[in-house]
Ligand binder design. Structure first.
Ligand SMILES: C[S@@+](CC[C@H](N)C(=O)[O-])C[C@H]1O[C@@H](n2cnc3c(N)ncnc32)[C@H](O)[C@@H]1O
Length: 251
């Protein structure tokens, strides 16, 4: 080292391999561009939902849903990286993702289960017998699914992804356990219904990660009451910042 101090980046680099990272970075950049121009339409649809449905949630009105039908609304890059790390930490092999959209978070999760498989890592207490490593995505917009599949292939993780196409309240009933991790990044009214279907499949020690629980705490009231209930099946912590993230562990 010379007398000069090396520059330290604000954030750790992505844990993804080069191929997956290139696709995820491209999709995140597209999502950011959409978000920059979204404020006015989101507000307009929130007002419409409030007037017609009594809720500020833009996903409650038909107009709002139609407007969102081609939007990525991707999980922030650092939250997606955290999901990768959590998967790796618990040796996750089977993941259910509530909300796939164009597949950015799916790529991160699939890379993690693939890397666990390659390293021979498996969930604590389950031995090394599991040979599969699968992320079950959920998405009801067929246009999003078609593009997601192409980008998941471009990222090199197709063999670890099974996107369930349709309303997750139906498609999730076809999934079998055990499930190690469940990111919840879905239109908020769907969060608790999705979790209620998957809860019996979650193995002890499984994690549920739910996005934007601080900024959306009122709309998430039912979900949060469920994962924070001292008599319920979860122990939960809230990470503040960037809208918040709830990390709940199945007891
Ligand atoms: C916030 S986005 C998911 C973003 C994704 N996790 C990512 O990081 O790219 C939520 C997605 O859930 C989908 N969705 C909403 N309600 C659904 C339902 N009932 N069944 C299946 N998918 C649904 C929406 O179409 C939307 O693409």
């Amino acid at each position: 080292m010379t007398g000069r101090t090396a520059r330290t980046a604000a954030y750790a680099p992505s844990p993804l391999d080069d191929r997956a990272r290139a696709v995820a970075d491209r999709l995140h950049a597209r999502s950011r561009r959409q978000t920059r121009t979204a404020l006015a339409p989101v507000l307009a649809h929130a007002v419409t939902s409030r007037l017609r449905e009594g809720s500020w949630d833009p996903t409650r009105s038909a107009d709002g849903k139609a407007w969102l039908a081609d939007k990525l609304v991707a999980l922030d890059p650092h939250k997606a990286a955290l999901c990768y790390q959590l998967c790796r930490a618990i040796g996750a092999r089977r993941v259910v993702e509530a909300g796939t959209s164009y597949g950015v978070s799916t790529i991160c999760l699939a890379a993690a289960v693939r890397d666990n498989l390659a390293d021979g890592m498996s969930p604590a207490g389950q031995g090394g017998g599991l040979s599969d490593a699968t992320v079950f995505g959920t998405e009801h917009e067929p246009g999003k699914v078609a593009e997601a599949r192409a980008d998941i292939a471009a990222a090199g993780v197709s063999e670890h992804v099974d996107i369930l196409v349709g309303d997750l309240r139906e498609t999730l009933t076809t999934v079998r356990g055990p499930i190690d991790l469940m990111p919840v990044d879905i239109w908020i009214p769907m969060a608790l219904p999705a979790l209620q279907i998957v809860t019996p499949l979650l193995r002890p020690g499984a994690l549920v990660v739910c996005d934007n629980v601080v900024s959306g705490r009122r709309r998430y009231a039912d979900h949060l009451a469920h994962v924070r209930d001292p008599a319920g099946p979860f122990t939960s912590v809230t990470l503040p910042g960037h809208g918040g993230l709830e990390v709940s562990r199945k007891n």
